[in-house]
Design a protein around this ligand. Structure first.
Ligand SMILES: C[S@@+](CC[C@H](N)C(=O)[O-])C[C@H]1O[C@@H](n2cnc3c(N)ncnc32)[C@H](O)[C@@H]1O
Length: 229
């Protein structure tokens, strides 16, 4: 497996579960759910979704509640353990598989109408490979939603400066590729996708109302569509 830090994600899984109950995380789920509403739904079945690097499953489960048939993939067995518990608690059927998203995607037997990849690419040596595989796997007309850290965000810069001053070991040490959203859009276009939207989102409580501003939102979501033919 070419995952750089699966042991670290196993270790921080309980912390991440706590974080996934915060207001900041709810903004993440809202941003993805809103963009996912743009998926064209097949007439005869539920639309299918692949969640790459699903972590403890909050987003996967929210998308299942929104009416998607969801498969989540993650490298960390601890994250997956929590993800299965989250789905069971909400009585939602979500399939969770252990795997490396930089390797071949598991054989699904279908082309998803939606692929989501939330806060994962920054931990990979070669994020472009995931974009290219996603573009290939996606159904024609489907959406790929990818979020990455927004390096222009002042709240993010402040938080990371504090971590550095306190010499705290955090996610920052695990990051491998911090690509700007313009570069992410280029990767998608190179893989044959159209970048149809860019949104900044997620901010500390006092700044929530400004989270769509580039200088505020700590994350950036790029929405790609695969051409229909
Ligand atoms: C910051 S968490 C984000 C989790 C989830 N997407 C969310 O937004 O709540 C990053 C996740 O990516 C997973 N991950 C990192 N590299 C991976 C890889 N190469 N293959 C599969 N999962 C990976 C980690 O195990 C972790 O669960």
């Amino acid at each position: 497996m070419t995952v750089s830090t699966p042991a670290w994600f196993d270790e921080v899984a309980p912390w991440f579960v706590g974080f996934s109950q915060t207001g900041a995380f709810k903004q993440r789920v809202e941003a993805f759910s809103r963009a996912a509403a743009g998926v064209r739904r097949p007439a005869d079945r539920l639309p299918r979704c692949l969640d790459l690097g699903c972590g403890p499953g909050e987003l996967a489960v929210a998308l299942a509640a929104q009416g998607f048939e969801v498969v989540g993939i993650d490298a960390s067995s601890e994250m997956l353990r929590y993800a299965r518990e989250t789905a069971a608690r909400q009585a939602l059927a979500v399939t969770f598989l252990q795997g490396d998203v930089t390797a071949e995607f598991p054989v699904l037997g279908f082309s998803p109408e939606l692929i989501v990849c939330s806060s994962v690419l920054e931990y990979l040596e070669d994020p472009e490979v995931v974009i290219a595989r996603s573009a290939h796997a996606l159904a024609a007309g489907g959406l790929l939603l990818v979020s990455i850290p927004n390096p222009k965000s002042l709240p993010r810069r402040e938080q990371e400066a504090l971590y550095s001053l306190r010499r705290r070991r955090t996610y920052v040490d695990q990051q491998r590729s911090l690509v700007p959203h313009t570069e992410l859009a280029r990767m998608g276009e190179a893989a044959g996708l159209q970048a149809i939207g860019i949104r900044h989102f997620s901010a500390p409580r006092l700044l929530v109302r400004w989270s769509k501003l580039r200088l505020v939102g700590t994350l950036t979501l790029v929405v790609f569509r695969k051409p229909s033919s």
